[in-house]
Write a protein of this length. Sequence first.
Length: 411
Amino acid sequence: MKLNSDLEEIRSQFPILERVLPNGKKLIYLDNAATSQKPECVINAMSDFYSRYNSNVHRAVHSLSGEATEAFELARENVAKWFGLPDEGKVIFTSGTTHALNLCAFGWARVNLKPGDAIVLTEMEHHSNIVPWQMIAEEKNLELRWVDVNQETFELDFEDYKSKIIGAKLACIIHTSNVLGTRNPVEIMVEMAHNAGAKIILDCAQAAAHERLDMDSINADFLAVTSHKMCGPTGVGALLISSDVFEEMEPVEGGGDMILEVFKEYSTYQENEHKFEAGTPRIAEAIGWSAAIKWMETLDIEEMHRHTLKLAKNASDGLKRIPGITVYGDHSKEDVSGVVSFLHETLHAEDIARLLDSMGIAVRTGHHCAQPLMRRLGVKATNRASFYFYNTLKESEAFVNAIKMIVEKFA
Ligand SMILES: *Cc1c(COP(=O)(O)O)cnc(C)c1O
């Protein structure tokens, strides 16, 4: 599918893109790194579940439950296929990336790391890939080693990673930055972690939205992914696991569905993914995510990403020509996502966002859940416009013009 000729067709799949805001302005949605919009097929798949076969899974023999169970487990298979999991790989459904990272911390690291062991993080991490490790480090007396970010290239200091991974037991690395757009060289970082005898988990919340991740070739032990940034519903994501580390994990939550047998004295657990999915799982959400994946399969993801990058680069180049604006990120490279973080030297980031909102343009403002990175950049907050494949060049231009106008008028 060629994107440019079909952009209107793709946009027509997203009812919200027609939205007119209460102030009468047509929506220009540039907050895709926070959550993407959902195509009609995803909304319909969830509505279809609730109107035709809503039922709990794995529990009853009645037909409805059979249909729901089948759709839910098919969703798991579709997720596994989309992310290129090897046959022995596992998909544990979680509420999103944050939950997946916590599951790795409390289900794997808590069990397998010993006092004095070291975990490697980077200054580029999202709080979701920081706080769980701080909690585990405190509980188990572990060392956290931080890899620097270079403020000029907006890349990880690779030499720093090289030296800090030596002797570490686990690396927790952001695949693609939600602030800078930088895509880290994760394939090499995985190899280096394994050569050093460390396991590695990648935070793929952003990456999964922009590229077809293949767990088999990335070869990481764990990937944390989320549905809601890749056209699927909120409330579901997954911890994707290569086989051998799965055997080393212990459940974090106890309850129904994760057990084999329960006695007064003790309980025995399921052997498969269900062991980590206590209680009624995210049935409608998993079905919705699966519909998003099935839809994305019909699109040319690489072509769509090139389109997204073109819009981001147009915005970044345009912003750089406006006096007083600094852009955090290098959009001349290919290895970036659709985010453009920027700041004006005197105008307050929040004021800029509010003025943009009055023109119908939605962007993010704040620390983007990455305060250590903000400190490295020497700022408290930035404005962030984040593009996705359904955005248009016209929207990117309208955004730059809006900033130009705001700066001329208010700075
Ligand atoms: C959004 C995001 C998260 C959190 O993901 P949720 O699925 O919302 O929990 C974590 N890391 C990065 C890089 C993100 O962009």
